[in-house]
Design a protein around this ligand. Structure first.
Ligand code: B12
Ligand code: SF4
Length: 429
């Protein structure tokens, strides 16, 4: 059964596929300690979903196995640039999500389940349902339109903890879920939610799939599944693929034989710790997210602490420095899945030009990419910092314009950048 699963995963473009149990991850205690020390900064969703992250049974009651998957985003011709490599593609949540949906259907088939419906909510709040090999959902429950997450929440079919937010997507950073269907599960059948849940329990395999946004400690599960090991930079490294990898999972009630765990293979190497520009890796396997450039440029919504701005250099979205220096990348291999979705225009964008983007222009320029997460105000804030670090007098007119931006956040960072350029110019004279 596992071999056919791995075969299907390969066909779908995943570079590796391993299985672990649905037991709590071994480093759950480290995660709790990290939260207690507030090292997650403003990422409050990690705190909110902590009970699920430390116990997969809270994600899918009755789960037996977790299928962990790796998709390489390595590109041998790419150099480092202002945008981290993972973001120089069409959004990986969408690309992997579609493949995961197909693999989750396959898992349901392996379980011998014939009436499954997998429901997917993308970050943008778009919703769709697709059923295979069963007849379309609408036919089975007599609805004329595809089921939405909101419908599912109203019907009580979404597991505890998942709520639809105002945009219709899932709140609490939950990404995707599978919805068991039964004749009792339809709208307006009068069954109490608890009865409906009991009915669905009898239906066999249930699976949920996640990429990044799910409440799972993805790297810990992947290490236990033998996909790779967590390096001192805290990311998963595969002996076959290096560390330029996306991770994703299918958590399922299907009982699959677990693979052997991988062990750490960093040895005495500390390259990533030395390479981090902001000393965010405070000890091996310990990342203070509040100092990490990835956090500062993507997750932090407010002002970037002044003392950390110079170390950000020219980076405007994410950072690859700790990944770049890892010697295990000599084994890095390009994968098939992401290749077709590369955005070469994001390799070396013109920073001054980015500063002139208005809301509409920003959305068009970065449509379908992970860059949208920073929003215009966040990205322009980052561009100001980068220009303050590496720009010259040619950048001053655009920065002066940005000083009167309607977003005070952008204006404040523009003023800082102008001062930095002027200090450098005075030194050169
Ligand atoms: C929050 C988050 C971030 C935060 C915090 C990063 C972090 N290290 O946790 C920020 C915004 C900084 C971030 C940055 C990046 N992220 Co991120 N992020 C996540 C997310 C959503 C949750 C991670 C989490 O739970 N952190 C909790 C803390 C406690 O984890 P931790 O500090 O690493 O500590 C754990 C382990 O190190 C472990 N541990 C193992 N051995 C040992 C030994 C000892 C002694 C100790 C003490 C601990 C320990 O214990 C801890 C408990 O889990 C995951 C997706 C997911 N759902 O898992 C993606 C994820 C980790 N991110 C990913 C990526 C690609 C990145 C970036 C490379 C993006 C970029 N280029 O800018 C950077 C890398 C920065 C870095 N060095 O980690 C990928 C990593 C893929 C991989 N190969 O591992 C993930 C898995 C998303 C995905 N699905 O692909 N990210
Ligand atoms: S750079 Fe060295 S210490 Fe850091 S993760 Fe890679 S092997 Fe481990």
């Amino acid at each position: 059964m596992k071999e056919s699963l791995r075969q299907r995963a390969r066909e779908l473009g995943f570079d590796d596929c391993r299985v672990t149990t649905a037991n709590p991850p071994e480093s759950a205690a480290c995660f709790k300690q990290w939260l207690a020390e507030r090292q997650h900064g403003e990422m409050t969703y990690l705190e909110r979903t902590a009970p699920k992250r430390v116990d997969p049974q809270h994600v899918l009651p009755g789960a037996r196995s977790i299928i962990t998957l790796a998709a390489s985003y390595h590109n041998s011709s790419w150099k480092s640039g202002p945008i981290a490599r993972y973001a120089r593609y069409h959004d990986y949540h969408d690309i992997l999500g579609e493949r995961l949906r197909q693999l989750a259907e396959f898992v349901c088939q392996l379980g011998g389940e014939s009436t499954r419906c997998t429901l997917h909510a993308s970050d943008g709040g778009e919703q769709r349902a697709s059923c295979s090999p069963s007849p379309p959902l609408e036919e089975r429950i007599g609805e004329r339109r595809p089921i939405t997450l909101r419908d599912a929440a109203v019907r009580g079919d979404i597991p505890a903890g998942c709520r639809t937010n105002t945009s219709g997507g899932l709140a609490e950073n939950d990404g995707l879920l599978s919805l068991p269907l039964s004749s009792e599960g339809g709208e307006g059948n009068g069954a109490a939610p608890s009865e409906r849940r009991d009915a669905s329990k009898e239906q066999g395999t249930r699976s949920l799939w996640y990429v990044d946004t799910g409440p799972l400690l993805e790297r810990d599960l992947a290490q236990r599944a033998g996909l790779g090991f967590i390096g001192k930079h805290t990311n998963l490294i595969s002996r076959q693929l290096g560390n330029w990898l996306f991770l994703s999972e299918i958590i399922t009630t299907l009982d699959l034989e677990p693979d052997a765990p991988e062990k750490n293979r960093c040895g005495s190497c500390t390259r990533c710790i030395t390479a981090c520009p902001t000393s965010a890796i405070t000890a091996p396997f310990q990342l203070d997210a509040r100092r990490c450039i990835s956090y500062l440029t993507i997750e932090l919504k407010g002002s970037i602490p002044v003392e950390l701005r110079p170390a950000i250099g020219n980076r405007i979205f994410g950072c690859d420095d700790c990944l770049q220096v890892c010697p295990w990348n000599r084994f890095a291999r390009e994968g098939q899945m992401m290749k077709a979705h590369a955005r070469p225009d994001l390799a070396q964008p013109d920073l001054v030009e980015l500063l002139s983007l208005e809301e509409g222009g920003f959305k068009r320029r970065f449509a379908g990419t992970p860059m949208l997460r920073a929003k215009r105000r966040g990205l322009l804030r980052n561009v100001c910092v980068a220009l303050g670090n590496i720009g010259d007098e040619k950048a001053l007119p655009a920065l002066q314009e940005a000083e009167s931006d309607h977003e005070p956040l952008v204006a404040e960072h523009a003023t800082w950048a102008i001062e930095q350029i002027q200090i450098r110019s005075r030194r050169l004279r």
